[in-house]
Design a protein around this ligand. Structure first.
Ligand SMILES: [Fe+2]
Length: 330
């Protein structure tokens, strides 16, 4: 009996030890489960703190060293914001092709570090040579119709509305075929302006518009869903490109804030949003409109349409979004 009791005691102690081990494993699991989210938040560097105004004008903070831009990009971006509305009179024919284009202001905003253009067919199916100059970075996004071109493995790729592709510097310059209603948004960077980075993948990758690619809150705003277009790895974190859309129709707004970015570029894909930039009156951005906002410039986005979707380019990929008080004049 005594021996039985002893055994039972051992079993009880064993059970307690097991329970304790299970509990501590659960705690470890919880911590491990939390780690990626914490890591993600740290990666995005989303600051929830409100910067209180002081009596003296506070200097605009510089980005932390970890988010520093390549040396060639330190002081070369514009200081004023730029709004490029989608106007008929800004379209120009592209010499030697049946396409036309309009400049979206990124070239001026970054002093030639990057360009953004809106390209479209002029009502006819077109097959043309893709005369790509030597580029450091090239991303295309199909807005309307379709485009077809040879990939780097002898196959062919067709991009439809919402699809994008990263074309590395080594990508073959073959033929491109586009539908008569074709429209695309094209982001490029010339060679020789970015510091070399061993982290670049420089791989050809198609970024298809799949519902599962949109991750709710995977960016500064919890009420938005973000689709990473794959430029972060391709460029060694020089830029990142997101396709961003509202989770659902709501009366959300961003509140006044600024970003520690050299430059943020947005191109509205669908719907509209209202934007107020410090010192300027409110503008409404609609499909086809573009805007660039330089480092530290305060702005607010007080309203969106329920179907709002935008392509955003952030330079560099890692930055902080800082909530702030409304400017005195706003
Ligand atoms: Fe913003």
């Amino acid at each position: 009996m005594a021996a039985k009791k002893k055994t039972a005691g051992k079993k009880g102690a064993g059970k307690m030890a097991k329970n304790a081990a299970r509990k501590s494993a659960a705690v470890v699991k919880k911590a491990v489960a939390k780690k990626p989210a914490a890591k993600k938040a740290a990666k995005r560097n989303v600051a929830a703190t409100v910067v209180k105004p002081t009596a003296m004008a506070a200097p605009v903070p510089r980005p932390p060293a970890a988010t520093a831009r390549p040396p060639t990009e330190q002081a070369q971006v514009a200081v004023a914001y730029n709004f490029t509305p989608n106007r008929i009179q800004d379209w120009r024919g592209i010499p030697g092709s049946t396409l036309e284009q309009r400049d979206l202001g990124l070239d001026a905003a970054t002093r030639g570090l990057m360009t953004a253009r809106h390209v479209r067919a002029q009502g006819a199916l077109a097959k043309l040579a893709w005369r790509r100059p030597a580029l450091d970075f090239h991303y295309v996004y199909c807005v309307k119709g379709w485009m077809r071109f040879a990939d780097d493995k002898g196959g062919s790729v067709t991009l439809r509305p919402g699809d994008g592709a990263n074309l590395p510097p080594s990508f073959p310059r073959g033929e491109i075929e586009v539908s008569s209603d074709f429209e695309m948004m094209e982001l490029t960077a010339p060679l020789g302006r970015a510091a070399p980075s061993k982290k670049r993948t420089d791989r050809f990758a198609v970024d298809y518009d799949r519902p599962e690619a949109y991750i709710s809150g995977d960016g500064p705003r919890a009420f938005m869903a973000y689709r990473d277009a794959g430029a972060t790895a391709a460029t060694g974190r020089r830029v990142n490109i997101n396709i961003v859309r509202l989770n659902s129709a709501s009366d959300e707004s961003t509140g006044w804030h600024y970003h520690t970015l050299s430059c943020q570029f947005v191109f509205v894909l669908r719907g509209w949003s209202k934007v107020i930039v410090e010192g300027n009156s409110e503008v409404t951005l609609r499909a086809g409109d573009a805007m660039t906002i330089p480092f530290g410039v305060k702005h607010d986005v007080p309203g969106f349409s329920g179907d709002f979707a935008v392509l955003e380019l952030n330079m560099p990929a890692d930055y902080t979004t800082i909530a702030t008080e409304a400017p005195a004049a706003a």
